[in-house]
Design a protein around this ligand. Sequence first.
Ligand code: AMP
Ligand code: MG
Length: 330
Amino acid sequence: MTIPEDLATAVDHLKRGLTVVFPTETVYGLGADAMNPKGVERVFALKGRPRNRPLIVHIEGVARLEEWVREIPEEARRLAERFWPGPLTLVLPGRREVPREVTGGRETVAVRVPDHPVATALLKAFGGGIAAPSANRFGRLSPTASWHVRESFGDEAGPILEGGPCPVGVESTIVGFVGERPALLRPGSISAQRIEAFLGIRMLRTGADEEGSSPPGLPGSGESHYAPATPLEVRSPDALWIRVRSLVLRGETVGVLTFSDGRELDGQGGVTALPISKRPSEYARELYAALHSLDRGGFGRILVEAPPDGEEWGAVNDRLKRASHPPGGR
Ligand code: AMP
Ligand code: MG
């Protein structure tokens, strides 16, 4: 667990316009003082992230929301009160004081209250908002453990606060309040269904749903994202082992993420199976760590057994689609 000295060092970095790495319940974040354009610019530079991809501002509690947004629609307030702290990001009309480096020059700002004791302690000790995307190079696998961060950044990203493995494991659900109706901008562990049942309305699906059709700057504008370096294919359970066999016959080595115990592989050379949970929330928690470890395995290809369709698998299927080569392929 994080010791007070580490926390003090991290706060000092934030105050000096430098970056820090901190755990949240979703993934590890690469954070900077959200009111300091210089710090925010460092985040973009370190990640190699396009400047038009706005960052999420992490705040300590719902009470501080007004410091960042100028208008809170009734439904947004209800969501904040119900799901914060938690893996839900709200995109709302931003205050003018929010640096354009954070919003990518938009009128809106993305805000959430993370549900992780280390993130909470950091936000409390710092006293302001922390702009943070995931602590990985742009487009690559998100980090759900501190060693994932060390592997991509070494010491370059500033102090890394230890928080153990992230309990949710996929990025937050994003709901936008821009037009007349709330819109699902990115699926996450809080399913669209759950949000809609709670609000009693149906959201627009403008985000990651349709390949390539999302507006520029929203998550998932077609390109590969959340991807391992090794080419990854998602195959239905029927097609999976046929594909694996044909790859092996061609002399490729394959790492397989599967629901089975891998018995299909007994005696086959060139294939390693990594079993993963059949429960959506456990699957989400394990996904990035599994892909990180398959990515390090030196395989020619990673094959993933397709999870079922359905809202409870929405976040996982969205991330797998984006991790695929070619992007979006299945
Ligand atoms: P991440 O890429 O995980 O850091 O999540 C941040 C995502 O939230 C970005 O990729 C944006 O697409 C989305 N986002 C952040 N701020 C805004 C905003 N002001 N308007 C719309 N989407 C936003
Ligand atoms: Mg990210």
